[in-house]
Design a protein around this ligand. Structure first.
Ligand code: CMC
Length: 427
């Protein structure tokens, strides 16, 4: 049954339609409020605002549930592959065998970069952070692939999405190779997506990287866990940039820039640095006291939406144990610190009252380090995996007939109109 909310303002009543989703909280539709009443709604940080309609990802933060197109993340992480999840996010349904074979071939055959693009990397300083390189390099894709940047053409949108998913591992691996002073390694069409990425990251001219099914599966699962997360800061950035009609490569570069922040994707790097700084279990109480005294935050803990255990963190913790056992680091002291810290935090009133639980970043750093990546690569790997989420959300926005340029309003508290005074008259 259609429902309305009523807002009473200065003695006048306004009926606001209430819209139901397939699940989750209803929304109060305020789109006509300003036109009808001359007031804005005020919600910095968007804590109570649905910025768009979407059919891609659903999170129930209180229950700790994450669904992609309806499928629970635990099932996808256990039974699916990253490329299948990419197809699902982009197209709405799991692929049939023939559809998947076509998709896998398309992505595989788009992994190479234009030869001139490789020279682009050498413009960066050798100590550049991989995320700085990623932001610049991905934005530069629009200079190399301008045959797919007409955003009004669905076929060009599809090609750009495929190019981004395919080329991101090649760009991320090159950002890594550049930062460690090793030559670039070309993609191999005989390898799977995750295998290829590990090969491009760890093969050197003198020695090929040797494929390991446990580590390859772990890499693929880490990609699945980061693939999409509804309207988070970087996804909202991609949508906002895209709403002006900017090309998809530029929009994804904007998303990467936003992801880099320590409150968002940058937390995986910060979380491992924090665990290493704590160093030993006996130093945890002193560290926890520092959190309570608000000197710093417990990185890899807390989430705007999850007020329960992040379901991605549970899968990540399991993957972490598998990887550490495989590489012979089962007694890694950082893992011991992480597990003890988690146990203490989950029982401490400070964290319990604020509903602070481990998020995906708490165990991802230890896992990525065991796979052989330096901390500076962690957020770049997050960007690689999130690209499919960003581009799926961007594509959905273009398919929405109600698309409008994103243009928030503000509560202005600055000076009122005043007249310019010439410099010499200012005391
Ligand atoms: N450590 C200590 N206290 C915290 C933490 C934390 N990690 N997170 C939140 N709080 C406290 C905060 O001080 C506040 O307490 P009080 O009400 O007494 O002032 C309360 O919890 C609510 O915090 P908030 O900042 O209003 O919550 P938010 O929803 O705006 O922030 C967050 C969400 C993720 C930015 C925050 O939890 C945080 O900074 N966490 C650490 C960084 C991190 O791990 N980020 C990765 C997020 S998951 C990966 C991704 O999707 O990007």
């Amino acid at each position: 049954m259609a429902q309305n909310a009523t807002l009473t303002l200065n003695g006048k009543s306004y009926d606001l339609p209430v819209i139901k989703g397939s699940t989750g909280p209803d929304v109060v539709d305020v789109r006509k409020l300003y036109g009808d009443s001359d007031v804005f709604t005020f919600d910095p940080g968007f804590t109570s605002t649905a910025s768009c309609e979407s059919k891609i990802t659903y999170i129930d933060g209180d229950a700790g549930v994450l669904l992609h197109r309806g499928y629970p993340i635990e099932q996808l992480a256990e039974h699916s592959t990253f490329l299948e999840v990419c197809y699902l996010l982009l197209n709405g349904e799991l692929p049939k065998a023939s559809e998947f074979a076509d998709f896998e071939k398309t992505i595989t055959y788009h992994t190479m970069l234009h030869a001139q693009f490789d020279r682009f990397f050498s413009g960066f300083r050798s100590d550049a952070h991989p995320m700085a390189i990623m932001t610049g390099a991905v934005g530069a894709l629009s200079a190399f692939y301008h045959d797919s940047i007409n955003v009004d053409d669905p076929e060009q949108r599809r090609i750009s999405a495929h190019r981004l998913i395919a080329k991101m591992p090649t760009i991320a691996a090159r950002a890594f190779k550049y930062s460690v002073g090793q030559p670039f390694v070309s993609p191999r069409n005989s390898m799977t997506y995750a295998e290829n990425f590990l090969h491009m990251s760890f093969s050197v001219p003198a020695e090929d990287w040797v494929s390991n099914p446990v580590l390859t599966r772990a890499m693929d699962r880490i990609f699945i866990l980061h693939a999409d997360h509804e309207q988070n800061a970087s996804t909202s950035t991609v949508r906002l940039a895209g709403s002006s009609g900017a090309n998809p490569f530029a929009c994804i570069a904007a998303g990467i820039a936003c992801l880099w922040g320590p409150s968002h994707g940058g937390a995986n790097e910060e979380a491992l640095n924090m665990l290493m700084e704590i160093g030993t279990v006996d130093r945890i109480p002193e560290f926890i006291q520092g959190v309570k005294d608000r000197k710093y935050r417990l990185m890899g803990f807390g989430h705007r939406v999850y007020k329960n255990y992040d379901p991605r963190a549970a899968v990540m913790q399991k993957t972490c144990h598998e990887v550490l056992a495989e590489v012979g680091h089962g007694d890694d002291p950082t893992l011991k610190v992480a597990m003890e810290l988690e146990k203490i935090a989950l029982n401490d009133p400070y964290f319990v009252e604020r509903k602070l639980y481990p998020n995906v970043d708490f165990y991802s750093g230890i896992t990525l380090r065991a796979l052989g990546f330096p901390t500076t690569m962690f957020t770049a790997l997050f960007a690689l995996a999130r690209t499919v989420g960003w581009i799926s959300q961007w594509k959905e926005m273009f398919e929405d007939p109600q698309r409008k340029i994103g243009r928030p309003r503000q509560l202005y508290t600055g000076p009122l109109r005043r007249d310019y005074a010439p410099l010499e008259t200012r005391g």
